[in-house]
Design a protein. Structure first.
Length: 359
């Protein structure tokens, strides 16, 4: 098949998706807004659409016209936009069908509440889509509320490779227990709450090391917070871990995975940690409850509640049998429900069905 994609070439999700279908022998082309990350554009062989500069109606029109012209030349079987806001809007306005839109989470849960304009753009994209994919049940419900037809919404998990992300062959060496977060440093992930909880743990005499892997606009604020709370010896900023192997090693060197996000879809980072057999302390939000059910041994905590986050981590650190039981259960669940190759097999079949309907 010939598959056209519209998305941000710097995002790991679209990198994985496009490269997967290239590896499966399909002819793929990624279109991205002019002004996107240059290195990412080159790495993904992406074609720019529009002109970099201030966003507005004229800019949108230029992107749509460019995309329409490129699609006429490429003549794809399917057009697939990753993220409903903007990317999905441009794809919808191009007029090309069949159109697939993959929603990530914030495009359905956060952006529509920021402005009427964003809500209208997301609704336009969802109504135009031939197929909408979501990676969590609550996102499907949100997509329908915003305009998608329920018959056109399917759940496709952006899963993990369980052969790469697997429990380490040897138990971690002795020393303070390691708590890991791989969420980027953006406000929605509320890493300041995690640092506040870490300060509480330190004041209680709990021995631990907190490793933060990521980057983002809040990095300077978080580092300053560490200094203010005297956590420099306990908190390590790992930066962005380069590649799946580095990520797998980080999970393998940890005892607990923590995510205190305010909102989420089915987090790939969470699934990676679960595949590596890590127990989890996570925000009590729909995305977490879908994977970390009561009785699983994992611990859910209120968003923004530093005391409860600290208590949950302390309980997990203190109970080795709980950690083992939760980690083993998490690994089994990922094998059953979140295999990357199995989910992409499903997606490939959906592409073929859409392409057949077009011909």
């Amino acid at each position: 098949m010939r598959i056209a994609f519209v998305g941000n070439p710097a995002l790991v999700h679209i990198k994985r998706w496009v490269r997967e279908f290239v590896a499966r022998g399909h002819t793929c082309q990624l279109y991205a807004p002019d002004g996107a990350d240059v290195a990412a554009m080159v790495a993904m062989d992406a074609i720019p659409i529009g002109v970099a500069g201030r966003e507005g109606p004229a800019s949108t029109a230029r992107r749509v016209l460019d995309l329409r012209a490129h699609l006429a030349r490429f003549s794809p079987d399917v057009l697939h936009a990753h993220y409903a806001l903007d990317y999905g809007t441009w794809a919808a306005l191009s007029g090309f069908r069949p159109l697939v839109i993959t929603c990530m989470g914030s495009d359905l849960l956060v952006a529509p509440g920021l402005s009427i304009k964003s809500r209208l753009k997301v609704g336009l994209a969802l109504r135009a889509a031939t197929l909408v994919t979501v990676n969590a049940g609550h996102l499907g419900s949100a997509a329908v509320r915003l305009g998608a037809s329920s018959e056109r919404v399917v759940r496709v998990v952006q899963g993990v490779d369980p052969d790469l992300f697997r429990p380490p062959s040897e138990a971690r060496s002795s020393g303070p227990r390691v708590i890991l977060s791989t969420r980027h440093f953006h406000p929605i992930y509320r890493l300041h709450d995690l640092l506040g909880a870490a300060a509480r743990l330190a004041s209680q005499g709990v021995e631990f090391r907190l490793h933060l892997a990521g980057e983002g606009p809040e990095e300077a604020r978080l580092k300053a917070m560490c200094r203010r709370l005297h956590l420099e010896e306990m908190v390590t900023f790992l930066g962005v871990l380069d590649g799946d192997r580095a990520l797998a090693d980080a999970y393998g060197g940890s005892d607990i995975y923590v995510s205190v996000s305010a909102s989420d879809g089915a987090s790939v980072a969470l699934l990676e940690a679960m595949a590596c057999g890590l127990p989890v302390v996570a925000s009590d939000i729909p995305a977490s409850r879908e994977w970390l059910a009561p009785g699983s041994g994992n611990i859910l905590v209120r968003v923004g509640d530093e005391a409860q986050i600290a208590d949950g981590i302390a309980r997990m650190l203190a109970r080795s049998r709980l950690r083992t039981r939760a980690g083993e259960r998490n690994r089994r669940l990922v094998l059953r429900r979140a295999s990357w190759s199995a989910e992409m097999d499903r997606m490939e079949a959906l592409y073929r069905e859409l392409a057949a309907g077009r011909s």
